[in-house]
Design a protein around this ligand. Structure first.
Ligand code: TYD
Length: 221
């Protein structure tokens, strides 16, 4: 059976990668094969593009070109990493995916929605995530966490934007989660991480019928 595709989205410092790792661990404990990956990046070609974008080298090319670069990275990532895993029955958990482009480049970067939708059609096609967690955290808390994690390294291309940008980012992600409510679940990411994981696990177990699977497994032992 084809694997499930789960993505984590949200602003900076919302704990996406921590929660992705905890979810992967929990799924593996139930016997499911899981691949954790991230964007931009996740395949050798896409990692090169990641470096170009996050170093800020592509910024002078303009927002449209940056959007096209994110799409090129996503295309490689899907073909080389995500699709082969899903076809093999492995579940894929991805830290950021197309919603990040919709929010960062579209809603905040004012890139024409038509360009974004056209790139989605070409690159993503029918490979929409089965489930998306949108991590919601106040901008100051998220940026503080991101800065703490970074230590003495410089802020990347997007972390160095203003607090106002990050508040707008938060609102944009929350709005997007509302519009796409069948696929997206908004998570209060200011809670302790174990509580967040419990919430996420309940949603995953219910959405994909894992509660029944675990009971069957336990009963059979
Ligand atoms: P990363 O270091 O992975 O940050 P984070 O921990 O916040 O995920 O950097 C990815 C940055 O790229 C992040 O600021 C969001 C941005 N981004 C876009 O602007 N558009 C996109 O389509 C994607 C995937 C990421």
């Amino acid at each position: 059976m084809r694997g499930r595709f789960i993505t984590f989205e949200g602003g900076e410092g919302g704990g996406k990668s921590t929660q992705a790792a905890l979810l992967a661990q929990h799924l593996r404990a139930t016997g499911i094969g899981v691949l954790v990956t991230r964007e931009p990046g996740g395949s050798p070609g896409a990692e090169i593009i990641r470096h170009v974008i996050l170093s800020g080298a592509a910024k002078p090319l303009g927002a449209d070109a940056e959007t096209i670069l994110f799409a090129a990275a996503r295309d490689d990532h899907i073909r080389m990493t995500i699709e082969p895993a899903l076809s093999a029955g492995t579940w894929v958990i991805c830290d950021r995916f197309l919603d990040s482009t919709r929010v960062y480049q579209g809603l905040l970067g004012h890139v024409d929605r038509k360009l974004i939708r056209a790139l989605e059609r070409v690159v993503v096609g029918s490979l929409m995530p089965d489930l998306t967690f949108v991590m919601d955290v106040p901008a100051e808390v998220g940026l503080e966490r991101a800065a703490g994690r970074r230590g003495n390294d410089n802020a990347d291309r997007f972390e160095s934007e203003t607090i106002d940008f990050h508040e707008k980012l938060r609102r944009a992600f929350a709005a997007l989660a509302k519009v796409d409510a069948d696929r997206c679940v908004l998570i209060d990411a200011a809670q302790p991480r174990e509580m967040i994981h419990d919430t996420i696990w309940k949603v995953v177990a219910e959405r994909f019928g894992l509660a029944a699977r675990i009971k069957v497994g336990a009963g059979g032992r």
